[in-house]
Design a binder for this molecule. Structure first.
Ligand code: EPU
Length: 337
């Protein structure tokens, strides 16, 4: 394990922002992680997973610790289900493909989400009708203050929409080191109700889908809507979909009768932020090296050498405009550093 100085973080964040780390280290095992966390001459530390949910707006004047813990193994299984443990540094999509190749069901709808296994629980990643919490069994995390490993059950994690204990009370106090998933070995519970999945399967000529087919369908849908971070820097959805009262939504319908919404509770609905941003005229707009994606307005993009501060400025302009037009405050989903 070697601490490097003055390292560009461009390859380590999917937005492709060229911010610098004063010091940088990649950690491959728990002993090294313990050691590095104990370094008293490095008080300022930033933990980096897949770098897929962050916007770097400045250089980091401290030590960036990249969690590179690898390994996937079966912990236990019976006839119907299997518990698989994946270490935090495994790439999320590669882990999904490993499960699909083994015919383990449950996360096929989460195909092609950027990022790593260890950061997936923090924001309870979700797509196409499935959330991480649906297959989550438990996770282990190192407590920064004691360097002890603590186990978190699903209840401990207190999962919500793009939310968990790791964004609330436990924020900044733990590093997730591994995650256990409970997956099906047979009678897979398929989720094909969301949006375009059924029509994509039809295009693929599949009438009796397997989890492999669903994964392929999701990959096609995502590829058609979302920019590939290897080609155009981005962090997926930049904002969360806001929840507003039905009364508020009805007042919006008076002016925009095509406004979409999803029920949340008796008095509340969720409105797709992508729709709000599109209606506000931002979709596909480009300002120099950054802008709003042409196929999904919820995604802000870096076309090359954008600065994090530029993208942050754009996000604030979008928030202000949405507030002015619709009276809705939209919240960033990515972590701004
Ligand atoms: N819409 C527009 N214009 C747009 C984008 C969306 O009008 O430019 C409207 C359409 O009415 C569309 C609806 O929004 O039917 C929903 O769009 P989509 O299915 O693309 O989903 P989303 O709500 O915009 C969420 C997640 C995505 C996830 C998709 C699919 C959040 C913040 N985002 O987006 O997650 O892939 O659902 O399940 O909840 C991510 O978190 O990084 C991410 C990509």
């Amino acid at each position: 394990m070697q601490i490097q100085n003055n390292i560009s973080l461009k390859p380590f964040n999917t937005f492709g922002i060229d911010a610098k780390a004063k010091h940088f280290v990649s950690v491959n095992n728990l002993d090294d992680l313990k050691h590095i966390l104990s370094l008293e001459n490095q008080p300022n530390k930033l933990i980096l997973g897949g770098g897929s949910n962050m916007l770097l707006t400045q250089d980091f004047d401290g030590l960036v610790i990249r969690i590179n813990l690898k390994g996937i193994k079966i912990i236990s299984e019976n006839e119907d289900t299997v518990i698989v443990q994946a270490n935090a540094g495994e790439n999320w999509h590669e882990f999904v493909l490993w499960c699909i190749n083994n015919d383990f069901g449950g996360i096929e709808n989460l195909s092609l989400i950027p990022g790593n296994v260890g950061t997936a629980p923090i924001q309870n990643i979700g797509a196409y009708g499935v959330e991480l919490k649906d297959v989550f069994e438990s996770c282990e995390a190192m407590e920064l203050s004691t360097k002890n490993i603590k186990s978190f059950s699903k209840t401990d994690c207190n999962f919500g929409y793009r939310n968990s204990v790791f964004k609330q009370e436990a924020r900044g106090k733990f590093i997730i080191t591994s995650v256990n998933f409970k997956l099906s070995k047979k009678h897979h519970k398929l989720n094909i109700n969301y949006g375009a999945i059924a029509s994509q399967l039809k295009i693929m000529n599949v009438s009796n889908p397997t989890i492999q087919d669903i994964s392929k369908a999701i990959i096609s849908i995502r590829e058609s809507k979302l920019p590939n971070p290897k080609e155009i820097g981005n962090s997926g959805s930049f904002f969360k979909n806001p929840v507003i009262s039905k009364t508020h939504f009805n007042s919006i319908l008076l002016n925009f009768n095509d406004a979409p919404s999803y029920p949340v509770s008796e008095n509340e609905v969720k409105v797709p932020a992508g729709w709000l941003i599109e209606k506000a005229g931002f979709k596909g707009k480009r300002f120099g090296d950054y802008g709003i994606h042409k196929n999904q307005a919820l995604v802000l993009v870096n076309y090359g050498n954008a600065q994090g501060a530029d993208i942050l400025k754009l996000s604030k302009l979008i928030q202000k405009t949405i507030k002015r037009i619709f009276g809705i405050s939209i919240e960033a989903e990515v972590n701004i550093l």
